[in-house]
Design a protein. Sequence first.
Length: 129
Amino acid sequence: MNIAMCYFSYLAISIGLTVWVARTLHSSGRVFLIDAFHGNTELADSVNHLLVVGFYLVNVGYIALALKTPYAMNSMRQVIELESVKIGVVLLILGAMHFFNIMVFAKMRHRAQAERPMSPPPPSVVALG
């Protein structure tokens, strides 16, 4: 198999997975960020966008660096094994970044909840009698 086809399929699969995870993080992370920023949707959306840009930079950067291989691809088995290792590492990185983002969102949300003033207790009911 042509090494260029191996590279192309690796790029297509890896970048496709990266885009899918980034979109999922962007849409689902918005709720946490809005809560963490006390309802400031403009700030939350801005931070969310910046996080996605950083996510793309790290992942696509790794994908590009991992593209090169010193091995000759003489059989389909070698191609599949090479791609499975490369895509497996990309998936591990995506998973690690996903859990890192969740951890950051959770810490931000916890901090925001701790900073909120406690609401006054409801007035007590006085029994007449």
